[in-house]
Design a protein around this ligand. Structure first.
Ligand code: G6Q
Length: 532
């Protein structure tokens, strides 16, 4: 396997630093000629990436290619998919795990790269298929013999964000009479509001937790069990589990059906495992879930291409690195022009920031280069009436990633003033990219747009299960490839531990089982917050 190299030691990084002294100026009047727009376009799995509005030229692209080659990004990507232990920090205690979420969708290959993991994924898919067939036929039903209409997924973080974002994106493809709902937070008001909207007698509750010990999820499981009991329903007929083998939740006797996720699948990369599969399969149908996996698999394959101009995930990874490390941008806005992608930025926020928000290299030393940016976003055009002011005239340069589709999902539209709503949506997206790039001069400084603000447009035909799978894998792979380049471990999340430990101490004090000195900040905080 390629030796892991520190970002600061890459020769191509020196070249890029040099090129970053005079990056392409998008605000020049002739900055976006037709040849540039046609040439700076890459395609995969039905998506086109238009990247002429990035501050790059052929020399920058050549140096980014050298960076990718020198850091061995594709070798590392292949090693990951073949089951190398990528989740580790050399010389320090770390998770020491394989990273094999891609194996969940390698089920379409004749020769899967990680055959054992893919065989396990196939086994889980077969279980899911047969469970869903029983739900469809009514063999799995409530005590009155009625079929189930709703699946409530109870899980948090990686066990919620991806599945929820994908469900919302694909709600249009719901099976007749089926829907999904979600509870993640330990906020009792959220659970109360969600439960109030459900007919529990026709609801399957899918408790999803890889560790089987997450405070929020186990608390909400108890809350759901209590709600079932209160409604006179037998939890044994309503509860389904997805968990890690051997976890405290891995107890088939307590659930109507149990599915496994394996330790080589990280929470935030688990949407294509049973973590997403059970709820998506219930609500959209097994075939739709398979289509989603197919899209993801084909994007995984597209990421094997050596030439960065033909490899969408790698190109997006490198453009992000150019903006972050060489042009000094601290954040990235992901702006879908599709309301169905409402929660996709939130999912990416976790996937990216939990993966690449790191300051120690895989060789165990503090990094001397910037790593993951702050990722955020909301659908357009709503965002245009909100925070785009800062994107166009703020003191911070925020590279934008626009995502849109040529056709709507429902195909129900209206023509007003000669254009459909879908045309208005896409026109607005393209206009925003142009406005950020070219800006506008004006005598009044307050009406002046400096321009020269980079963005890309990712456009697909229509948001289908296949397209959603491809989009998900595009970003998952982009994030992993960036982590390889920064030489950080994108697959652990030590940074979330301290808060959990301190919350446990506070809860221990509130429950009267943890002795805290009255002078400890925990005691004073509890008092000041009026909680004791
Ligand atoms: C994701 C993280 C984290 C995790 C949740 C839920 O990569 O590990 O968001 O998914 O903490 O964990 P469980 O699935 O174990 O409940």
């Amino acid at each position: 396997m390629t030796t892991w190299k520190d970002f600061a030691d890459l020769k191509a990084a020196r070249k890029l630093e040099e090129l970053a002294r005079s990056p392409y100026n998008l605000a020049r009047p002739d900055s976006l000629p037709p040849e540039r727009i046609a040439e700076y376009k890459a395609s995969a799995c039905g998506f086109d990436l238009l990247y002429a509005a990035q501050r790059i030229n052929d020399s920058v692209l050549a140096a980014l290619q050298e960076l990718a080659d020198e850091a061995g990004l594709l070798e590392q990507y292949e090693a990951m998919r073949r089951g190398a232990v990528m989740n580790r920090i050399v010389g320090h205690a770390s998770e020491e795990r394989q990273v094999l979420h891609t194996a969940c969708r390698d089920v379409f290959s004749d020769a899967p790269l990680a055959p054992e993991a893919t065989a396990q994924a196939e086994e889980q898919l077969a279980r899911l298929k047969s469970f869903l067939a029983d739900v469809d036929s009514g063999a799995v039903c409530n005590e009155q013999g009625e079929t189930f209409t709703t699946m409530l997924q109870v899980g948090i973080g990686g066990s919620d964000l991806g599945p929820r974002a994908l469900y919302l994106a694909l709600e249009k493809y719901r099976l007749p009479g089926r829907k999904a709902a979600f509870i993640a937070n330990v906020d009792p008001d959220d659970a109360a509001a969600v439960l109030a909207g459900l007919d529990l007698s026709r609801t399957l509750i899918n408790v999803v937790s890889k560790s089987g010990s997450t405070l929020e999820t186990r608390t909400n499981e108890e809350l759901a069990r209590a709600a079932l009991a209160e409604a006179g329903l037998n939890p044994a007929r309503h509860l389904v589990a997805v968990t890690g083998a051997g976890s405290p939740m891995d107890d088939p006797a307590k659930y109507l059906a149990s599915f496994h996720m394996h330790d080589y699948i990280g929470g935030r990369y688990s949407a294509t495992s049973m973590v997403g599969g059970v709820t998506l399969g219930f609500a959209l149908g097994y075939d739709a879930f398979i289509e989603l996996l197919r899209g993801a698999h084909e994007m995984d394959k597209a990421a094997e291409e050596q030439d960065i101009r033909s490899n969408l995930p790698l190109l997006m990874a490198l453009l992000g690195i150019w903006n972050r490390n060489f042009l000094g941008c601290n954040t990235v806005a992901v702006l879908p022009y599709s309301q169905a992608l409402l929660r996709f930025p939130a999912h990416l926020q976790q996937c990216d920031m939990e993966s690449n928000g790191k300051q120690v290299s895989r060789l165990g030393s503090p990094v001397t280069w910037k790593t993951g940016p702050i990722v955020w976003g909301e659908p357009g055009t709503n965002g245009q009436h909100a925070f785009y002011q800062l994107l166009h005239q703020g003191a911070e340069i925020v590279p934008a990633e626009f995502i849109g589709f040529r056709r709507s999902q429902h195909g129900r539209d209206i023509t007003v003033n000669g254009t459909t709503s879908q045309q208005k949506l896409v026109a607005n997206m393209l206009a925003q990219s142009l406005a950020m790039a070219q800006g506008r001069e004006h005598d009044n400084p307050n009406k002046c747009f400096s321009g020269n603000r980079p963005s890309s447009v990712l456009i697909g035909e229509q948001l289908t299960p296949y397209a959603m799978g491809a989009l998900l894998a595009l970003y998952e792979n982009r994030i992993a490839l960036q982590g390889f380049c920064w030489n950080i471990n994108s697959f652990d999340q030590e940074g979330v531990q301290l808060g959990k430990v301190l919350a446990d101490r506070l809860l221990g004090a509130m429950a009267g089982v943890q002795e805290l000195s009255p002078d400890a900040p925990e005691s004073s905080l509890l008092k000041a917050a009026g909680m004791v």
